[in-house]
Design a protein around this ligand. Structure first.
Ligand code: 5GP
Length: 294
């Protein structure tokens, strides 16, 4: 396994211009990489290695080797042969042969960069890529599984923003978990009134270990009301797991037991979070263009 360090393009002597360009793209989108960190023997005669293959890049975060092809067809055919052999001999190694169009597509698939500027013109930039989200959600799921080991908690999600996060998180837990949802009204201008419960719990949580799952905690006012409500049902314990913590804007000091990411004071969308009900289906979390926020 190569070291999980990263370098920046300016510090490396590349064999080809296209490799330097690719490294710059990776740097630009904050993806860690290593240049030619490993050689894989392909053919041996006794102890002697007759042929080896050294993929151009290793991307530790994606556990992926990349070989860039040049435009000359003869070289592409030769590289294809080597990659085929590499896959046969080292099936555990994840390797991709990329031309320029391919690697731009690959970056978009992992949620980096202009995701697909044509498809999501309203996004200013990607804040948290799809792969970063998945990695962190996996970590949280493992931590929750350890902390609740031997118990059967009730996971309560606050609709709607939480639906992707909750689904992914619970798939990463190895617990006999029950699931319930609440829906509450949000503040819509100065019309008086208070937070309304639009959908209350179906399950009785008295004496249960409850894990409340939230998409984002901003001022903390919503979560504060929900926690008051949940405590009134006398659960055995009550913890909070929030995907995003916009701590800079906190007004009410609510306890967060598990946090996915701290985010800056920006309006974010994607991975369940909306703006006027849109953008929930983006696989990454992005910052909406300021001019669109009215
Ligand atoms: P709080 O009561 O903590 O101020 O607000 C929490 C709720 O506001 C969240 O559950 C979410 O619905 C909404 N919210 C706060 N910040 C954002 C944001 O950056 N993006 C989106 N889409 N919703 C947000």
């Amino acid at each position: 396994m190569p070291p999980a360090a990263s370098v920046r393009a300016a510090r490396v002597q590349f064999a080809h211009e296209s490799e330097a360009e690719f490294a710059h793209i990776l740097d630009f989108y904050g993806i860690s990489w290593l240049y030619e960190p490993s050689s894989f023997p392909l053919r041996r005669k006794g102890e002697r290695i007759l042929e080896a293959f050294t993929p151009d890049f290793f991307l530790p975060d994606l556990n992926l080797y990349i070989e860039l092809t040049t435009l000359r067809q003869k070289l592409i055919t030769e590289k294809n042969r080597k990659v085929r052999l590499l896959r046969e001999l080292y099936p555990q190694v994840n390797v991709k042969l990329l031309n320029k169009k391919d690697y731009l597509r690959l970056l978009a698939k992992y949620g980096y960069g202009p995701p697909d500027a044509k498809k999501v013109p309203d996004i200013d930039r990607v804040l948290i890529s799809a792969s970063k989200i998945q990695r962190r959600v996996g970590e949280l799921g493992a931590q929750i599984s350890r902390d609740y080991s031997g118990r059967a908690p009730v996971a309560v999600g606050v609709l709607k923003g939480v639906f992707f996060f909750m689904a992914d998180l619970l798939r990463h837990t190895s617990l006999p978990v029950s699931v319930d949802f609440m829906a509450i009204s949000s503040y819509e201008g100065d019309s008086g009134g208070a937070v309304k419960i639009l959908k209350d719990l179906d399950l009785n949580i008295a004496g249960q270990h409850v894990l409340l799952i939230e998409d984002i905690v901003d001022t903390g006012m919503t979560l504060n009301r929900i926690l008051e409500r949940l405590w009134s049902h006398r659960p055995a314990s009550l913890k909070v797991c929030a995907l995003l913590d916009k701590r800079a804007r906190r007004l009410v000091d609510v306890p967060l037991d598990y946090i996915g990411f701290e985010v800056p004071d920006e309006f974010v969308v994607g991975y369940g979070l909306d703006y006027h009900q849109r953008y929930r289906n983006l696989p990454f979390i992005g910052i909406l263009k300021h001019e669109l926020l009215s």
